[in-house]
Ligand binder design. Structure first.
Ligand code: GLV
Length: 311
């Protein structure tokens, strides 16, 4: 059985797969074309079009990340090949840390203290109790549900939203358009963890941003397409003066790397990180890849991506 592997840090991945899946021949883009042709399985993260185009015969594709948007949008994606994606695989905990950092940044006034520091101003603000700091999580998939649970365990009242109804212990779950409006009205920090699909594009548009209470903050470790950037800049207002929105911590952008000309880079109330919130950790991810390939080979039932839904 031949497995084509494509991801950053390929040597570590190759070694892990050679050890864990001894029955497979692991090939990569560095192998000669005839050697890597006709792979049975593709274990890939954002593969180049040319590499994917060679592999129409694959029996299964394993997306080495949580979001399948880049793969589904790849014009060379072979048709009707089942796709499995990583589910959590340790990413949820990393993303929960990112969300925590973002929420605490505003709840404990680190944004204000930074500006005060520039003025050498020594002035403490009263702490708003966590219990009075409702947090919203949009997207309750494998990652969103776990992040919501961790934030609730930290003591924040957590509201979650998904397209279809869900019920999660300790989380006030909302769904559908009316549920989204109800959630937005109540939260002081909003964490975006939806997949990038046609129906989530610009879900945070001018209207949604205006529905948030004044002084709310936005944290996006999800996908850049979720936010209408012009509406975000408008809600933040000019300069250091807090607008309707207090600030935004952003890890994902419609175009990555974020172009040097983007106005987001220099906005005083935007914090930018380079898509680092939830890197794929090797351990559990390799377990999921091995389990998926063995399930495909055995013809076992396996949870696959719905290309129409986009996740
Ligand atoms: C990272 O963005 C992922 O989708 O795993």
């Amino acid at each position: 059985m031949r497995v084509l592997l494509h991801i950053d840090d390929i040597d570590t991945w190759r070694q892990a797969l050679v050890e864990r899946l001894p029955e497979a021949e692991i090939v990569t883009a560095d192998d000669p074309a005839d050697k890597r042709r006709n792979a049975d399985y593709l274990a890939v993260w954002q593969p180049p079009e040319a590499l994917l185009a060679e592999q129409a015969q694959a029996k299964g594709i394993i997306n080495l990340g949580a979001g399948v948007d880049a793969l589904l949008n790849n014009p060379a994606l072979p048709e009707n090949v089942p796709i499995v994606k990583l589910r959590d695989a340790g990413m949820a905990e990393l993303i929960a840390d990112y969300a925590r950092y973002g929420i605490l940044h505003f709840q404990r006034d680190f944004d204000r203290y930074r500006r005060q520091q520039a003025q050498r101003e020594w002035r403490a603000h009263a702490v708003v109790d966590k219990h009075d700091w409702p947090v919203g999580v949009l997207g309750l998939g494998a990652i969103g549900a776990k992040v919501a649970a961790m934030l609730a365990a930290d003591g924040f009242p957590v509201h979650g939203w998904s397209r279809t109804p869900k019920s999660l212990a300790g989380i006030r779950c909302h769904h559908g358009d009316t549920g989204l409006a109800a959630l937005l009205r109540q939260v002081r920090s909003l964490v975006l963890l939806l997949p990038s699909t046609a129906s989530t594009r610009h879900i945070m548009d001018a209207e949604a941003l205006a529905a948030l209470p004044k002084g709310a903050s936005l944290i996006n470790p999800g996908r850049g397409s979720l936010i209408d950037e012009a509406a975000l800049l408008d809600a933040l207002g000019e300069g250091a003066q807090e607008g309707r929105l207090r600030g935004a911590i952003l890890d994902a952008f419609p175009e990555e790397p974020l172009p040097a000309t983007s106005p987001l880079w220099t906005h005083p109330r935007i914090w930018i990180t380079p898509h680092m919130a939830g890197p794929t950790p090797l351990g559990e991810a390799v377990d999921q890849v091995v389990a998926a390939i063995r399930a495909f080979e055995a013809g076992d039932e396996i949870e696959t991506v719905d290309p129409d839904a986009g996740y």
